[in-house]
Design a binder for this molecule. Structure first.
Ligand SMILES: [Zn+2]
Length: 102
């Protein structure tokens, strides 16, 4: 099937006697219009995007993975701080016990 169905239909409706130049211009304009519509639709889809947890757009998937990594790193950092505080507490307690034993 042609990528310029409206031009084809108009040529047929006119009895098929369009000049080749007019037909070529019409086909070019029809293709340009369709390309412009396609680009506009893509633009709208990316601008007005209602995202959700299962969204499979590559950028959205990457953003979720980045957020999960950040959250995990934050949790690990917090766990590490708690562990280090515990280590310091027990080391101090041990030092005090040793001092008291003398
Ligand atoms: Zn999304």
């Amino acid at each position: 099937m042609s990528d310029t169905p409206e031009t084809d239909a108009a040529v047929i409706a006119a009895g098929g006697d369009w000049s080749p130049v007019l037909r070529a211009v019409s086909q070019r304009l029809e293709r340009q219009r369709d390309e412009a519509i396609r680009q506009l639709e893509n633009l709208k889809a990316s601008a007005i995007h209602t995202c959700h947890d299962q969204c499979q757009r590559p950028m959205c998937v990457l953003r979720r993975e980045r957020d999960e990594s950040r959250e995990l790193a934050q949790q690990m950092s917090e766990s590490n701080q708690v562990l280090m505080a515990d280590v310091c507490f027990y080391r101090n307690a041990w030092e005090q016990l040793k001092e008291g034993a003398k």
